[in-house]
Design a protein around this ligand. Structure first.
Ligand code: ASP
Length: 331
């Protein structure tokens, strides 16, 4: 067979079953046990199992994500490997998938997958999601697409996909522009493409970045706390078009004066931020202070991007350029 897919197991619900002593799900299945439930896969492709860990999504850290990125880079660069699948807890999947998307440069397909129901539940979706992910990673159609998230037979871009529902198997969505395609009868069909793609060339990550969400009446306390505790960067999920409460301006100014980049994104799930409003706290006043506009990344993805950029530079102008114009690499 001229097709070999490496499946890297990191944990998540896909590897869990209910422990009867505590009546709650914990990581328990070995990668071999999970793969054995994916029927007929040997007729389709060769599989190499790589065990990274058995981590619940909330146990993932930026440092572990970078370690995983280095493992994916090493694996995907092998001549005998045609694609890579990474299993992951869905809680932080959107962050790891985006980090891989920004840091791994390869034409070969890389697919991140998980499950919403553990193996003790009726309708365990691990094996069907995994087979769809392997089909995608084996497909020539999935080359040059960046990192993909495949769940519930839907293909989404790692740069766009977010977990939208705490329960349902169709939880991963790209609210802004919709899915890239579907997996139908083991065939991957793409209906749209993403035209631009950022790549950040780094093997390191700056973990000391704080994400804050704006709420009505918020002041600068949490911003000042972050600065006093050595934050190297701040991401603020602002209101609507990119506006904050006026009492936050002092803290934001203090951060920028201390060469701490402040990235503004929106707490709305769709649309970009812009300097449209001129009242105190409006986007225009933030831009004038030197804040960086996201412009349409969800907060956790903007944080991943800032952590990676800060590992390569402390030049706020450079960071601004990457966020606001992107490094446009035509795929
Ligand atoms: N809490 C689980 C985790 O992220 C959820 C999942 O995997 O779907 O590990």
């Amino acid at each position: 067979m001229d097709n070999k897919i490496a499946v890297i197991f990191t944990g998540g619900t896909i590897s869990m079953k209910v422990d009867p002593r505590i009546n709650a799900a914990i990581p328990a299945l070995s990668s071999e046990e999970i793969m054995a439930m994916v029927s007929n896969i040997e007729k389709f492709t060769d599989i190499e199992i790589i065990n990274y860990g058995k981590l619940p999504g909330p146990h993932m850290t930026p440092e572990k994500m970078m370690e995983l990125s280095l493992l994916v880079r090493k694996t995907i660069s092998r001549d005998d490997i045609t694609g890579v699948v990474v299993t992951h807890g869905t809680d932080t999947l959107e962050e790891t998938a985006y980090l891989l998307d920004l840091t791994v440069k390869s034409e070969k397909p890389i697919v991140v997958v998980g499950a919403m129901r553990n193996s003790s539940e009726l309708g365990y979706d691990g094996p069907s999601n995994l087979s769809a992910a392997i089909s995608t990673a084996s497909s020539k159609n999935a080359r040059n697409k960046g990192v993909l998230v495949v769940m519930n037979n839907e293909v989404n871009a790692a740069s766009e996909a977010i977990k939208t529902n705490t329960l349902t198997v169709d939880t991963f969505k790209s609210p802004q522009f919709g899915p890239l395609g579907v997996v139908d009868n083991d065939e991957v069909i793409f209906y749209r493409d993403i035209t631009t793609h950022d790549h950040i060339n780094t093997k390191k990550i700056e973990p000391n970045v704080v994400l804050l969400k704006c709420t009505a009446g918020m002041n600068s306390d949490l911003i000042n706390f972050s600065i006093d505790n050595g934050a190297k960067g701040l991401v603020i999920e602002a209101f609507g078009r990119g506006n904050v409460a006026p009492e936050m301006l002092n803290g934001i100014k203090r951060a920028i004066d201390n060469n701490i980049p402040v990235v503004i994104v929106s707490r709305c799930p769709k649309g970009r931020v812009l300097d449209s409003y001129g009242y105190p706290g409006g986007g225009k006043t933030l831009k004038d202070l030197g804040a960086i506009f996201g412009p349409n990344l969800p907060g956790p993805k903007a944080k991943i991007k800032l952590m990676l950029l800060l590992s390569t530079t402390s030049d706020v102008k450079e960071i601004t350029e990457v966020f606001e114009r992107g490094i446009y690499v035509k795929r």
